[in-house]
Design a protein around this ligand. Structure first.
Ligand code: NAD
Length: 296
């Protein structure tokens, strides 16, 4: 029998994931608060559902792709949510970049009703979601992971099981802290080299052949910064959320992490010139507006 999958949150990531699952032969329905998002997936083999309760009741597996932990908690534990309307044996794959605390709370509550939960935050952007090539870092109990595997394999090219509930989000938060830092440090290196007479393209080529390379130099600068496209599909607002999650986690654990703290401060204070809706790569403009800005 064809597995019925519901996707809640059909934005830049969830829309692509839903289309990928439909292309891979799953019976896919989707729900979003936005009419436009529902219309977009309808053209890609996904059944748009306007009643979230109906979707929750009718599927075997639910994939969540929501902005923040608070949305995940509301959809899972709130009125007319998954705890109330879901059924034993159902599996929830939460791909939201959320918090370890929220993942553990939701997983424990759903387990009482024999509903399985995985925190499976993703990397790879909207292109990876649409191609089914994302990387997932997964926090889950082995039995739930095994049952979810056919859906996970269809959605992603690479899966790393990092531990029990919540650990997927620990790894994702640490990953995005580094990605946020590398964008700034690489922008500083490019700006420094430009002033010392080396073209940005040549500096990036040199870094990528050396030990200073990272996803910022290998992917972000060549794809979205040097050409000033700034159209990755991941926003300043979502990356600000992620560096904020890293700061909050360090605070909860009473850790003194000066570089992480500075990175978070630089991302939050850039709000004065870079709106939440801008592409996250635009953070490089705070280092050198002339070199990286749109007007150059
Ligand atoms: P997005 O803003 O494009 O999409 C979020 C969608 O959720 C929107 O369509 C919104 O209408 C919908 N939504 C919000 N609250 C809802 C609710 N209560 N019920 C149903 N739908 C609701 O965001 P995105 O870029 O797709 O990111 C989704 C998650 O994936 C975030 O946690 C983000 O940090 C993470 N992420 C994004 C990227 C990326 O490149 N965009 C990469 C990796 C991880």
């Amino acid at each position: 029998m064809t597995t019925k999958v519901g996707v809640i949150g059909l934005g830049n990531m969830g829309g692509g994931m839903a289309a990928t699952l439909a292309r891979n032969g799953f019976d896919v329905s989707g729900f979003d608060l936005s009419e436009a998002a529902l219309e977009q997936v309808a053209a890609k083999g996904v059944k748009p559902v306007k009643d979230r309760a109906e979707l929750i009741r009718s599927v075997d597996v639910l994939v969540l792709s929501l902005p923040k932990a608070e949305h995940v908690e509301a959809v899972c534990l709130g009125a007319n949510g998954i705890l109330e309307l879901g059924h034993a044996g159902q599996i929830i794959i939460d791909t939201t970049t959320s918090t370890p605390v929220a993942s553990r709370k939701v997983a424990a509550a759903l387990a009482e009703k024999s509903i399985g939960f995985l925190d499976a935050p993703v990397s790879g952007g909207p292109a990876g979601a649409a191609a089914g090539s994302m990387t997932m870092v997964i926090g889950a109990e082995p039995g739930v992971l095994e049952r979810a595997m056919p859906v996970l394999e269809a959605m992603s090219g690479n899966r790393v099981h990092v531990g029990g509930y919540g650990t997927g989000n620990v790894v994702k938060i640490a990953n995005n802290l580094l990605a946020a830092a590398h964008l700034i440090t690489t922008a500083e290196a490019v700006s420094l080299a430009a002033k010392a007479g080396v073209a940005p393209e040549k500096l990036i080529e040199g870094l990528n052949a050396g030990s200073g390379r990272s996803a910022a130099s290998q992917v972000m600068f060549p794809t979205w910064v040097l050409n000033k496209a700034y159209n990755s599909g991941f926003t300043m607002g979502l990356m600000r959320k992620d560096v904020g999650l890293a700061s909050a986690l360090a605070g909860e654990l009473d850790l003194d992490l000066p570089v992480a703290s500075l990175v978070s401060q630089l991302w939050q204070s850039s709000r004065e010139t870079l709106a939440d809706g801008e592409d996250f790569n635009c953070i490089v403009m705070r280092t050198d507006a002339k070199l990286f800005g749109h007007e150059e």
